[in-house]
Design a protein around this ligand. Structure first.
Ligand code: CP
Length: 321
């Protein structure tokens, strides 16, 4: 039984297979094609808000032939405390696959273990694998192979999106720079889990810089509070919201500490000429990105949003293939 629960446990071979299939699926959209889910019913269980993930999965599953039911976690007994493992065993007898957006990564893993049907992580507090596979597809569609390139993540470096980027950098062999205040940098244990070795800290005039490499793939990770240096020569500038879902109580403090960690025109000038700017959305203009930069790169950002649909259809086809 295959699941997509994290990029940590997705092999390079499988990542490449999904990314290659995505191109084909995108090109063939609208033409008569295979319906591998004909006769099946899939459930979307969402404990958090969503626009892109919900719509792209609902449309994608239908295009692959499935019936789809959307279940707000608050409206089913899960929201009243029914254990994950009981919910999983019920749904596993009734539906053919589940797309699950929730808080704890352990919950989506427990669901997959007990349901015994293909299960997809549609975002947890620890990972957002469908988003980052889409982002890599979008980069490669516009700029060619990501291997050897430089991706600079700006903002809250300790949340789910940069965590999935870390696992991708280790496997696909690119340099990931995370520009974040010290308290919003990912833990070193995450770099070790991703396989980075030779992790060491150096004191620079602008503060501590942590670097790790992975010789087998050519992957590199840099953690720094120095946004300007991190953006210099980057092929992709990427950001996400400063206040992730579930962190609303910390909003004021987060905005105070993260102010300045913004993608704007001055920062784009430091990147490589022709660098892409991407945002997984929703965007908060004036916070993690300014309006002028967002609108200047809107074509790429909304290509990225559209590509959620194509990439997730490739993920589903890989799961059931
Ligand atoms: N990027 C993303 O996951 O968007 P939604 O929260 O709207 O699904």
């Amino acid at each position: 039984m295959k699941h997509l629960l994290s990029l940590e446990h997705l092999s390079r071979v499988d990542m490449d297979a999904i990314l290659t299939a995505t191109s084909d699926i995108k090109r063939r959209r609208g033409q008569p094609g295979p319906q591998p889910l004909a006769g099946q019913t899939w459930a979307l269980i969402f404990a958090k808000s969503s626009t892109r993930t919900r719509v792209s999965f609902e449309v994608g599953l239908r295009e692959l032939g499935a019936n789809v039911m959307f279940l707000s976690a608050a409206d089913i007994q899960l929201g009243r405390g029914e254990p994950i493992k009981d919910t999983a065993r019920v749904l596993g007898r009734m539906v053919h696959g589940v797309v699950f957006r929730t808080f704890a990564q352990a919950d989506v893993e427990e669901f997959a273990r007990y349901a015994n049907i293909p299960t997809i992580n549609a975002l947890t507090d620890e990972e957002h694998p469908c988003q980052i596979l889409t982002d890599i597809f979008t980069f490669q569609e516009q700029r060619g192979p990501i291997q050897g390139k430089v991706v600079t993540f700006v903002g809250d470096g300790a949340c789910n999106v940069p965590a999935s980027w870390i696992f991708a950098a280790a496997k696909l062999g690119f340099e990931l720079r995370i520009a974040a205040p010290k308290e919003f940098q990912p833990p070193l244990s995450l770099l070790e889990r991703a396989g980075f070795n030779h992790v060491h800290a150096q004191q620079a005039p602008t503060g501590e810089v942590i670097t790790g490499t992975l010789a087998a793939t050519g992957g590199k990770i840099v953690l720094t509070a120095d946004l300007q240096n991190a953006a210099t020569g980057a092929d992709l500038l990427y950001t996400d919201v400063w206040v992730s879902m579930g962190k609303e109580a910390e909003a004021a403090e987060r905005i105070k500490v993260l102010t300045g960690y913004q993608i704007n025109q001055a920062l784009v000038k430091r990147a490589r000429p022709g660098a892409l700017v991407m945002h997984c959305l929703p965007a908060y203009r004036g916070k993690e990105i300014d309006d002028e930069t967002f609108e200047a790169h809107a074509q790429t950002i909304f290509d990225e949003a559209e590509n959620r649909l194509h990439t997730q259809k490739a993920i589903i086809a890989w799961l059931v293939g």
